[in-house]
Design a binder for this molecule. Structure first.
Ligand code: GLY
Length: 435
């Protein structure tokens, strides 16, 4: 009898996920539901992840350390969550060691790690995006924005942990951002700056798996970037999300595939740096036309929490097909469902915040295919869950309608006892108003 091989039914796999956020908790939760999973290890993980998987404390930016852990634990499949290890070449190191890996090479991950590179790719394949110019010193950048006017968008070229984009509403804000970036506030990430025209419209996130040749859309979502209700306050990593995003209709998604995603995939392959992994496109949609805001080389956070809630265990099959170059044979079985996630963050976030406060009320919450609390910055101390980060919990629910998912998620949030944390009360407001 032929033995099943990696990725086939009947083959139980040892899987390693890299990362420690709500995104990785959601990935781990989905992967655990697939019968192909035998052992699941997450490095470094968090307190919620430790409840459903083994955790390992290694330096995930080190290809050598990751390859060593894969060897020690007989890992069959590696899933890389955050952008840091991708940009550091961890996928390259793992593939060179013969490990089946989900995540792009460092060369392909430049689509996230360099804003100027993304613009170069858009130029090469005529993908619609904002007009732009690149600068390596402040004086000419200042002159450019003075000539162009505001609103205008100032982007540090490199990875800046979500702090590298300033949407300047006034000329003074634009000039301050230029001085700040060239002044070294973001280190090497700000050594080059891309200045883009402001794009009006509604922004949404589009997630597509690609094995370098084939492409499979795996969902849409909309994130809430501002800290406070009414889209007020400072920008954050994301205070909540829902999926699907009604603004990204099937027709608009098809235009995005034809004009942006597929041309990008072909251009990356043509350059000898094929892109394999999830391509997360931030799209600005105006009058039915999508334009590219940015690419990310990884799943979104908190968008992954809602995508995984909808995809469940088939997410592992899709990632395996992506990593093994068989996406043309993969199909997603969509339910007619909706998911929403509410981020609970520490008071003060995205500015300074205290760590170490205890979070109560988690033990009595339902955890099933309609309700999940995905942890981000948490740890376990003396039997209690404590907050250790800015974004701490993702209260996530699924329903037949967005309104049902919304009611379930907010009912869970109300049961959590954490006076040192806060959350937005209006997650999903745009889509709820439309429905
Ligand atoms: N939610 C935004 C991001 O993941 O970059």
């Amino acid at each position: 009898m032929t033995q099943p091989t990696k990725g086939q039914a009947g083959f139980a796999m040892n899987i390693l996920i890299l990362g420690s956020g709500g995104r990785e908790h959601a990935l781990a939760w989905a992967v655990q539901q697939n019968p192909k999973t035998d052992r699941l290890i997450v490095a470094p993980g968090n307190a919620g992840i430790a409840q459903i998987a083994e955790v390992a404390d290694i330096d995930i930016l080190s290809g050598e350390a990751v390859v060593q852990l894969c060897a020690d634990e007989a890992i069959d499949f590696l899933i890389i969550g955050p952008e840091g290890p991708l940009a550091a070449g961890v996928a390259d190191a793992a593939r060179a060691a013969g490990i089946l890996t989900f995540g792009p090479s460092a060369a392909a991950a430049r689509l996230e790690a360099s804003k100027a590179f993304t613009k170069e790719i858009c130029d090469a394949c005529a993908a619609p995006t904002a007009a732009y110019a690149r600068f390596t010193e402040a004086a000419s950048a200042r002159a450019y924005v003075q000539a162009r006017g505001a609103p205008i968008v100032i982007k540090a070229d490199g990875l800046a942990a979500g702090k590298g984009v300033v949407v300047a509403e006034t000329l003074d804000q634009a000039l301050a951002a230029i001085d700040d970036m060239f002044g070294g506030s973001l280190g090497a990430a700000g050594a080059e700056v891309v200045i883009e025209d402001f794009m009006a419209g509604e922004e949404a996130s589009f997630f597509v798996l690609t094995d370098g040749t084939n492409a499979l859309p795996i969902g849409t979502a909309q994130d809430h970037k501002r800290a406070f209700d009414g889209d007020k306050g400072p920008n954050t990593g994301g205070m909540g999300a829902y999926s699907p995003a009604p603004v990204l209709t099937d027709a608009i998604a098809q235009i995005a595939m034809d004009k942006i995603i597929l041309p990008t995939i072909r251009e990356m392959a043509r350059r000898g740096t094929p892109y394999s992994g999830v391509l997360y496109a931030g799209l600005m949609i105006e009058n039915g036309a999508p334009r590219l805001v940015e690419y990310n080389a990884r799943f979104g956070d908190p968008e992954t929490q809602v995508l995984m809630m909808r995809l469940g265990g088939q997410a592992l099959d899709a990632m395996l097909a992506c990593a093994s170059g068989t996406l043309d044979k993969m199909q997603i079985n969509w339910a007619d469902d909706h998911a929403i996630t509410i981020v609970m963050a520490a008071n003060g976030y995205p500015g300074p915040y205290a760590k170490g406060s205890a979070i109560g009320g988690l033990n009595t919450l339902p955890e099933d295919s309609h309700h999940m609390v995905f942890h981000a910055g948490t740890a376990e101390k003396d039997g209690a869950i404590i907050a250790t980060g800015g974004r701490v919990l993702n209260i996530t629910a699924r329903g037949d309608t967005l309104a049902q998912a919304h009611a379930r998620a907010y009912a869970m949030a109300a049961q959590i006892n954490w006076p040192q944390g806060f959350y937005r009360r209006d997650i999903g407001h745009r889509a709820l108003a439309q429905s």
